[in-house]
Write a protein that binds this ligand. Structure first.
Ligand SMILES: NC(=O)c1ccc[n+]([C@@H]2O[C@H](COP(=O)([O-])OP(=O)(O)OC[C@H]3O[C@@H](n4cnc5c(N)ncnc54)[C@H](O)[C@@H]3O)[C@@H](O)[C@H]2O)c1
Length: 433
């Protein structure tokens, strides 16, 4: 099949590369010339484990190409995926659909024959109807079916998630479009990944409901962690104690500094806006958003508290800046709020991240960027584990202590055992333990 992917970011590039790996012919389009230039010269514009090899092998096999020319890429495609960004609209939290509609207009101007247009971007309920209306208005002469196919991959594990998804959700009632989508995903459902066909609006809502539920689970355990601290209980044992119950499940029960990233913050807000528009409040998600926002600031205060009565003039080493390990994505990372709180209190921040330094520098130019964890700890009064990269899981605590001024560790991901850290001579603060 011929597949065109509009938008070659975290989702578009991974999806395009995986589709080509299934044997489809894929053209990935982006309007960002520097991304396409990088891809054409064999460099990845993002960090995602395994992506470079996957792209290289499919480019070599002649199944995967890149272009900035949307019109030529769209002509003759069996399926055209829209995988552009849908960030929070500045000021009100609605999903900003301007990129989706701009891409739609460009596709409408360029389609040549019957095709299926698939929104893979996360879009609010009813967006597919508006995309369809654009085609009806602009291109009544061609048969274009508009399908919703939300993406559930996780950055850092994106290729595995795409190739072995828990489920594939496809929102359409058009029989021809269903057949095209079956053909697109055939290699996967032969592997028995379930395909769920729903109405388009239902499919759009499934994505928001899934992310809001996961954000709720994280926020729930974070509040239980606070309660654990107050009553002298251990949140890791609580997580295990409840997670072994199959009705609850073990995942997303790790207490930490609050959720961040390119999806949960914007998608929970957008869900609230949809709920508001339809006069059907989702109070649980309202609480989740509020609690998570205040948590990020609270984590800044937690670090300041660990520094003692006079944090001003002290130095903190922040280990891990990206919102989670194995990605270079800095969007809405908790490190941003923590670093701001520290800087506001007159604390110097020395920072390290294995993959996120370049985007972090663009967003936080005033931090001191270091070559590794030990360099960051040089002269620091406290070291703070913000993101649980493997590189920080087995630090040489004696070496760390030797280069630090004051041996304090704030472990916002509960990576270490209190006894080990205290034995190494640190004052140790964790989350919910
Ligand atoms: N990142 C994730 O983990 C993830 C997971 C599931 C779903 N999603 C959703 O997928 C969508 C894309 O997210 P992302 O993280 O890949 O975003 P991204 O910002 O990494 O990539 C979007 C790309 O689209 C390009 N683009 C925008 N308008 C274009 C146009 N008219 N023509 C060609 N290219 C255009 C941009 O230049 C950019 O490279 C969002 O709706 C997001 O919510 C993301």
């Amino acid at each position: 099949m011929r597949i065109t992917m509009i938008g070659s970011g975290y989702v578009g590039l991974v999806s395009g590369a995986c589709f080509s790996d299934f044997g489809h012919d894929v053209i990935c389009v982006d309007k960002d010339q520097s991304k396409i230039d990088a891809l054409l010269s064999g460099r990845m514009p993002i960090f995602e484990p395994g992506l470079d090899q996957l792209v290289a092998s499919n480019v070599a096999a002649g199944r995967l190409t890149f272009t900035t020319n949307l019109a030529s890429a769209v002509a003759g495609a069996d399926a055209i995926f829209i995988a552009v960004g849908t960030p929070s609209r500045r000021g009100d939290g609605h999903a900003d659909l301007s990129y989706v509609f701009a891409a739609t207009e460009e596709i409408a101007a360029a389609v040549t024959g019957p095709t299926v247009v698939v929104t893979k971007s996360t879009v609010p309920v009813g967006t597919g109807d508006r995309v369809e209306a654009i085609f009806r208005e602009k291109r009544a002469d061609v048969d274009v079916a508009v399908v919703s196919n939300p993406e559930f991959l996780r950055e850092g594990a994106a290729i595995g998630d795409f190739k072995r998804p828990d489920r594939i959700v496809i929102g359409t009632e058009d029989e021809r479009a269903k057949q095209v989508m079956r053909d697109v995903y055939r290699p996967l459902y032969l592997n028995e990944s379930p395909i769920l066909f729903t109405s388009r609006r239902t499919s759009e809502l499934i994505k928001y409901a899934a992310n809001a539920f996961l954000a709720t689970k994280i926020t729930f355990i974070n509040e239980i962690a606070d309660l654990c601290e107050a009553v002298g209980a251990d949140v890791q044992d609580v997580s295990r104690g409840i997670g072994l119950d199959n009705r609850i499940g073990k995942k997303f029960l790790h207490a930490g500094p609050g959720y961040g990233g390119s999806c949960f913050p914007k998608d929970t807000l957008a869900l609230l806006k949809t709920a508001e528009d339809y006069d059907t409040p989702v109070h649980i998600v309202e609480a989740v958003v509020k609690v998570n926002d205040s948590r990020k600031r609270a984590m800044g205060r937690k670090v300041l508290h660990a520094l003692g009565d006079t944090p001003r003039g002290k130095t903190v080493a922040l280990l891990g800046l990206t919102f989670k390990p194995n990605t270079d994505d800095m969007r809405d990372a908790p490190s941003l709020a923590i670093a701001t709180a520290l800087a506001d209190a007159g604390v110097t921040v020395r920072a390290h991240d294995p993959e996120g330094m370049a985007p972090a520098k663009a967003m936080m130019p005033d931090l001191v960027y270091c070559t590794d964890a030990y360099d960051a700890a040089e002269g620091a009064d406290a070291v703070v584990i913000v993101t649980e990269w493997d590189a920080y899981r087995a630090l040489d605590l004696a070496r760390l202590k030797r280069v630090m001024t004051g041996p304090v560790m704030v472990d916002l991901r509960n990576v270490y055992q209190r006894a080990d850290v205290e034995q190494a001579g640190f004052a140790y603060t964790a989350v919910g333990r």
